[in-house]
Design a protein. Structure first.
Length: 131
């Protein structure tokens, strides 16, 4: 595929997974780094997210774990918690994944991630989360 085709394909995948939140991230880069926006769309979503090796819900579980482990990625966690819900993960599954992350990432990072999840769940009227 050429550059424009990769961009178009990536935008379709981005929309399916992230909905409007992903487009807002891309739009926010337009005046500072349109090339980074292109790479997020064409490479991250068009090339990587579109690969057949993992289902979208599984990719989001992996992404939540990695963003939690990184720490300091709360804005990206917010986008990807929404994406996880968009691709079929439940609030309960997300909470369980973040609880599991505490063992490997530490309590502060799991707490930060869980508070981001709480905000997303509140915005989507999914609170309280029950086991």
């Amino acid at each position: 595929m050429n550059r424009e085709e990769r961009q178009s394909h990536g935008l379709r995948v981005l929309k399916e997974i992230d909905g409007d939140a992903g487009q807002k991230v891309i739009d926010s880069l337009a005046d500072v780094s349109p090339e980074l926006a292109h790479q997020v769309v064409a490479w991250a979503f068009g090339d990587i997210y579109a690969r057949p090796g993992l289902a979208p819900r599984d990719r989001q579980l992996v992404t939540l774990g990695m963003l939690t482990a990184l720490g300091g990625a709360e804005p990206q966690l917010e986008v990807h918690i929404n994406a996880a819900l968009n691709v079929g993960l439940t609030a309960q599954e997300i909470v369980e994944a973040l609880l599991h992350a505490a063992v490997y990432c530490g309590m502060p990072r799991a707490l930060n991630a869980t508070f981001v999840a709480k905000k997303v769940f509140a915005d989507r009227k999914l609170l309280p989360v029950t086991a």
